[in-house]
Design a protein around this ligand. Sequence first.
Ligand code: NAD
Length: 543
Amino acid sequence: MSNAFFNVPVAKNEPVLSYAPKSKEKIELKKVLAEMKSQYLDIPMYIGGNKIYSDHKKEIFPPHDVKNPLGQYSQGNSGHVQMAIDAALSAKKDWENMSWQDRAAIFLKAADLLAGPFRAKMNAATMLGQSKNVYQSEIDAVCELADFFRFNVRYMTEIYQQQPESMPGLWNRLEYRPLEGYVFALTPFNFTSIAANLCSAPALMGNTVVWKPSETQIYSAAVIMEIYEAAGLPPGVINLVYVDGPQAGEVIFNHKEFAGLHFTGSTGVFQKLWQKIGQNISMYKSYPRIVGETGGKDFVVAHPSALAKEVAVALSRGAFEFQGQKCSAASRAYIPASLWPEVERFLKADLSDFKMGSPENFTNFINAVIDEKSFDKLSGFIDNAKNDSNVRIVAGGHYDKTVGYFIEPTVILTKDPHYVTMCEELFGPVLTIYVYDDEKWAETLDLVDKSSPYALTGAVFSQNRYALAEAFEKLRHSAGNYYINDKPTGAVVGQQPFGGGRASGTNDKAGSHLNLLRWVSPRTIKENFVPPADYTYPFLAEE
Ligand code: NAD
């Protein structure tokens, strides 16, 4: 017990290192990349603090270099999921009784380990395993993740400080208990930081967790687990299993102690999981918390007053960084006819300057897409566009999977604002553009709002304040993260809390107190210092 109210260190965004030629960080990272590339790892699951290997091994290889495996992981089955649930439940009592300062210290230490001794290893794992260039990896796997750890500690203390009023003779209090049971963190391939945040945010609030990452993120997930262990996270608080999603779901969602789902991934999967939880609702001890951040069809809309160069850069960065595999990536754009020739020229110039290849070569801006399934899906959409007289490919359009899953950044021009790639999430380096008549700004805003079921991110470009104000009103529900004269990607923890509405998720804003509130079940305490000793009230007397 501590006889003091401790202040936590002030949370600041982790500075993004430059990796400029000859910089200390670049020299170290190159060394670690070469070391990791030369090793063949045997990656275990982590259950109850034990490393668990199975007989069923699956190989991991870089998406950009599919003939050179990085190692193998042990695939688990239903029995491993059950073991992970048991480990989470048995770790729960000690973990939830641990003081918040101790929980905070573990995750603050994790942030410093990540930003310090683990920085190069975490970047190398993300670059090799998920095919991110060094900048994309640094802003995700190091900076955003360190920010999640540090800012969540601050938000936790801000939540704990929220206390009710007390009248004379009473003391009212609010205790922020963790949920009863275990939380299931089900995480996507595209952000190492999201994978770690989905399991650590509920754990910070006193919950224990079963974590199943995407099978294409296991290489960096294992490094996250190493950091948790080095930071002193007790056994069983976060249990990492590599099990096929539906198979894991069968065990997880059929358990009385299932307390919550922390999900990021595609909309279809999330809807299936919600249905499953709904079907089983009478089985659970408590109503499970369901938090899901899902797909997007993120827009850029330019007013005729916008500056062509700014719009083009927002498109070349916003649509193609990390091969468009960001939930926030611009994938549909609405450009006025008067601006299009200039935007097209600038955009094509950027695209022809992009170099594509392995992230191990730092001059490559574009790397591979995550796996063969994604490659086949994207190349299918590109082929369809090539064969459709309503659309024209104005840049890119080539693809090749002989060395790795490379899709050239591709721009499709369509005359149909409802063309399939203007509406559906593709999740790759394909941007579709609809050129509108300059007079039709208001109608275009309606198109932006109504063409897709998603509402994650969106960007409006204009030099005209009336036009910006009109868009702000009309697009109120079209994006959970709304950008004015900026690209729709690159949200920073503590600055632009992230999440969308409609089919894009429950909008619980990762990296804010709103998310942490979902992982607590408050208990109200009223203490009466001098309880009444007579049941009667004054009104009972006649005179
Ligand atoms: P995904 O939906 O394919 O997979 C997410 C996780 O769910 C993985 O761990 C996967 O193994 C698991 N899974 C898949 N099917 C399952 C099933 N039937 N039962 C149980 N588990 C199952 O998503 P992904 O391809 O890894 O990630 C890309 C998607 O994530 C995109 O749609 C993207 O928009 C979205 N995303 C959204 C945000 C956001 O904040 N809104 C952030 C990142 C990614």
